[in-house]
Ligand binder design. Structure first.
Ligand SMILES: Nc1nc2c(ncn2[C@@H]2O[C@H](COP(=O)(O)OP(=O)(O)OP(=O)(O)O)[C@@H](O)[C@H]2O)c(=O)[nH]1
Ligand SMILES: [Mg+2]
Length: 412
C-alpha cells in the first residue's frame, strides 16, 4: 500500500522522517511521498491549508492510499485531513500499534497490544463519535451510529476484560519467575533500541535461531534460556526493543514484559554503534529514559556497542560519547569482542560464590550432586572412599543448601 509521510516541525525540532520511513516499511507500507513543514500547529489540519492542498494533489497523482503523520493529531485534525484527502490518516503511534498487532504471536503480546489500542481509542472516543455524526470520513466508519457515551463505555468495558485476562497471565508468569529465583540462577536481560542486534546476540549465546532481521520490532515477546558465561549459568532473556517517543500507552500495556528488567541481576544494553554519533547518543538516551520510566533502579548496566564490523571508527565514537556505564564493543556477526563480553557478564552478574565442600555418601547426596551439576560451575570433583570433594562456583541460594548438607564447607 502506497503511503505519504507528513511531519510538522517546530522551529527548534530536527528533521526525522527516516525512522518513520523504516517503521512504514516494517508495517508493509511503501512510502512514495514526504512532506515536511516548519510552522506552529494549524488548529484545523495540524499542517497548513496550503500544504494540505499540495498533499491532495500528490494523493491523486501518485495514487496514495494512506497518510502517516510523525506528529500526534487531535481527532478533529485527523477528521479534517481525512475529509480533505478522502483517505485514512494515521499517526506514528497508530503505525507502531499496527506493526505490533501484525507481529504479535503470544497471547500476552496480543492482549497487551489490544489494550494499548483501546486505551488510545478511549482518550479519543467521545470526540470521534461527535465528529462522525457530522458525516463519516475514512477512519471514522460506523461511529456515527453510536451515542458518544455508549461507545466510550463499550471501549471502557473491553479494556476491563483485557486487563482481567492479562492479570491471570501475569500471575502465572510470576510463579515461573518465583521458581527461577528459587533455582537461584542470576538473570541477565538483553535490552536496547529496536534493531540493535539483541536477538542476534541472544542466538549467539543460546545457540538457538530466533528470528532476527532488519525490520523494526522483529521480537515482541520474551524468551529466556539458561546460558553459560565463563561456566557460570544465568537466565538470559531477550524481549521487545525500545523506540523514540515510544507511545506511553505501549509502555503501560507492556509493563509486565518490561518489568522483567526490574528483577534482572544485570542489564545488557545493546546499542548499534554503526550509526551516526548523534543517532547513537539519542538512542542510548531513549533506552535509559524508558528504563527509568519502567522503574528500573539499582540494576547494574553493561552497555554493549554492537555492529563494530560496520563501524571502522567505533573507538573514537565511543570515546567521544564517553558513556557513564561500563561498556564493551562487539560484533554479534563476526564474534569480535564476544569473549570480553562474556568475561564482563560473568564478572558483573554477581550471585555466585566459590566454595569447597566434602559431601559424605548418604541419602541426600545424589540429589544435591544433581543440583550442583545443574546449577554450578564445577571446577574440581573427586570421588574418595567417604564421598565427593567438590570445588565449584555456586549461586548463593544453593551455597546455603550445600553448607547445610555437607560434612565440610569452605568459601574460597
Ligand atoms: N553489521 C552487523 N549487523 C548486525 C550485527 N548484529 C545484528 N545485525 C543485524 O541487525 C539487524 C537487527 O538484528 P536483531 O538481532 O533482529 O535486532 P533486535 O535488537 O533483536 O531487533 P528487534 O527485535 O527488531 O527489536 C539484523 O538485520 C541483523 O542481522 C552485527 O554485529 N553487525
Ligand atoms: Mg529481536
Amino acid at each position: 500500500m502506497k503511503v505519504a509521510l507528513v511531519q510538522r516541525l517546530d522551529d527548534w525540532a530536527e528533521y526525522n522522517l527516516d525512522e518513520l520511513e523504516e517503521l512504514c516499511r516494517s508495517a508493509g507500507y511503501t512510502p512514495v511521498y514526504k512532506l515536511v513543514q516548519r510552522r506552529p500547529p494549524h488548529s484545523k489540519y495540524m499542517i497548513g491549508p496550503g500544504k494540505v492542498e499540495e498533499l491532495r494533489r500528490a494523493v491523486k497523482s501518485l495514487k496514495i492510499e494512506k497518510i502517516v503523520t510523525e506528529n500526534e493529531l487531535k481527532p478533529v485534525q485527523e477528521y479534517n485531513l481525512a475529509k480533505a484527502l478522502s483517505i485514512p490518516v494515521i499517526t506514528r503511534t497508530q503505525l507502531i500499534l499496527e506493526t505490533f498487532a501484525r507481529r504479535a504471536a503470544s497471547t500476552e503480546a496480543k492482549l497487551q497490544i489490544k489494550l494499548a489500542e483501546l486505551q488510545y481509542e478511549l482518550s479519543r472516543a467521545k470526540e470521534k463519535v461527535r465528529l462522525a455524526k457530522k458525516g463519516e470520513q475514512p477512519g471514522f466508519h460506523g461511529l456515527g451510529a453510536y451515542e458518544a457515551d455508549v461507545y466510550y463505555n463499550e471501549v471502557f468495558r473491553r479494556i476491563s476484560t483485557i486487563k482481567q485476562k492479562l492479570k491471570q497471565i501475569r500471575m502465572r508468569k510470576n510463579l515461573v519467575r518465583q521458581r527461577r529465583l528459587e533455582g537461584g540462577l542470576p538473570t541477565v536481560a538483553l535490552t536496547g533500541y529496536t534493531n540493535a542486534g539483541k536477538t542476534t546476540l541472544f542466538n549467539r549465546f543460546s545457540g538457538e535461531e530466533h528470528p532476527a532481521g532488519p525490520q523494526l520490532f522483529t521480537t515482541l515477546s520474551t524468551t529466556a534460556r539458561i546460558v553459560k558465561f565463563r561456566g557460570r549459568k544465568a537466565y538470559l532473556s531477550d524481549t521487545v526493543g525500545f523506540i523514540k517517543n515510544l507511545p506511553h500507552l505501549l509502555v503501560e500495556s507492556f509493563h509486565s514484559t518490561l518489568s522483567e528488567f526490574i528483577y534482572a541481576d544485570l542489564l545488557l544494553l545493546v546499542v548499534d554503534i554503526s550509526e551516526e554519533k548523534s543517532v547513537v547518543e539519542s538512542k542510548l538516551n531513549t533506552c535509559l529514559n524508558v528504563l527509568d520510566e519502567v522503574g528500573v533502579k539499582n540494576v547494574p548496566i553493561l552497555v554493549v556497542f554492537n555492529k563494530i564490523d560496520a563501524a571502522s571508527d567505533y573507538q573514537e565514537k565511543i570515546e567521544s560519547i564517553n558513556p557513564e556505564f561500563r561498556y564493551v564493543a562487539v560484533s554479534a556477526w563476526t564474534g569480535q569482542g564476544l569473549d570480553t563480553l562474556e568475561e564482563s557478564v560473568a564478572d558483573m552478574m554477581g550471585g555466585y560464590i566459590r566454595v569447597r565442600a566434602q559431601l559424605e555418601n548418604g541419602q541426600t547426596t545424589p540429589s544435591l550432586l544433581n543440583e550442583i551439576k545443574q546449577f554450578c560451575n564445577i571446577l574440581k570433583i573427586e570421588y574418595n572412599s567417604s564421598g565427593y570433594e567438590i570445588e565449584c562456583e555456586t549461586p548463593l541460594q544453593l551455597a546455603e543448601k550445600i553448607k547445610r548438607l555437607a560434612a565440610e564447607f569452605h568459601v574460597v
